[in-house]
Write a protein that binds this ligand. Structure first.
Ligand SMILES: [Zn+2]
Length: 327
């Protein structure tokens, strides 16, 4: 097994007992980062795994979706830890380092537009650099949508996410099918020759593969390059609605917005339905699952919508969605 740290020479330092091992879990919008993170946390077996989760939108939906296990959780929303809220990342890591008992591992779920190279630069230039140890950089790739990414404004970002990884988790392989999955593997191999790829149909992966001695390594050389920090071509919007939504009209509205909204997630309050519904959309895939009882919360819809900035007309999106809450 090759030492993956060889790829990030700045991080090569003797690992001391006080150092906190950090694993980045990145990947494009909706690739399956939270699902992977949850599967790792559930295998934690009493280990103190701290989690730092970053949502690009103003609402941190992912933080609500992460399973509660032993250890701490820090939520950073309304910005991206690779560029706009880099100081928050460092402050979060400092808070964890100061906690007692200290976590044994830190898993960082990056926003879907984060460049792992930028995050590592931030840690490396920060006050905490001698107190953290880079354990792994995992990039989740969505086998269903990866090929399309090449043709878009965010192709460069997608490529940096793959090139910056030690290990690729190739998700949704069953939905994508054998042929498409093979093509995505080729694409990944072109970007990161000899990449360690773990294929999964449901976004889960063994903890030992991501952390610790058994983790998959990488042999390719990699130089950290700080990309233009304002380079993300994405923007987001939070849509809130106090009135219950009509299911069929909501689904029609989202279809109308298909070309504008690439990613959406949040809790929906459907009319004549007593529970919250967790709605998620990634490219062409949509899902509605039971989001649990509202409990003491007032039922209302809160959705984060993300799309390519050049094409993202907030007023049009709001108007289209407002229409499905009418009487
Ligand atoms: Zn960023």
């Amino acid at each position: 097994m090759l030492n993956p740290l060889a790829r990030y020479p700045e991080f090569q330092q003797a690992r001391s007992r006080e150092m906190l091992p950090v694993t980045l879990i990145g990947g494009f919008l909706g690739a399956g980062k939270t699902t992977l993170l949850n599967s790792l946390l559930l295998q934690g077996d009493g280990r103190r795994l701290a989690v730092l989760v970053n949502d690009f939108g103003e609402l941190n939906i992912d933080a609500k979706l992460i399973v509660k296990v032993e250890g701490q959780q820090i939520e950073l929303a309304n910005g991206c830890i690779c560029c706009s809220i880099r100081d928050d990342l460092v402050a979060g890591v400092e808070r964890l380092l100061a906690s007692d008992p200290a976590p044994e591992q830190l898993l960082v779920e990056t926003s879907g537009v984060s460049d792992p190279g930028n995050i590592l630069c931030t840690l490396n230039e920060s006050r905490v650099r001698r107190r953290v140890f880079l354990e792994n950089v995992v990039t989740v790739v969505d086998a269903v949508h990866a090929l399309e990414a090449r043709e878009t404004e965010y192709a460069a970002l997608f490529e940096r996410q793959v090139r910056g990884a030690y290990m690729i988790v190739l998700n949704r392989s069953a939905v994508a099918g054998v042929e498409r999955t093979r093509q995505v593997r080729e694409l990944i191999d072109g970007l990161l020759p000899g990449a360690s790829i773990f294929e999964t149909a449901d976004g889960t992966a063994p903890l030992t593969l991501a952390l610790g001695e058994g983790r998959l390594g990488q042999s390719t050389s990699f130089r950290i390059q700080l990309a233009d920090s304002n380079a993300h071509p994405f923007t987001s919007l939070v849509w809130r609605c106090e009135r219950p939504l009509k299911r069929a009209e909501f689904s029609r509205a989202m279809q109308q917005l298909a070309g504008i909204v690439y990613r959406a997630k949040g809790f929906v309050n459907f009319r004549h339905y007593p529970l919250a519904t967790l709605y998620q959309k990634v490219g062409s895939l949509e899902s509605c699952v039971d989001g649990g009882a509202w409990g003491r919360l007032t039922p209302r819809t809160e959705l984060v919508l993300i799309g390519v900035a050049s094409n993202f007309d907030c007023e049009h999106i709001t108007r289209t969605l407002d229409a499905c809450a009418g009487d």
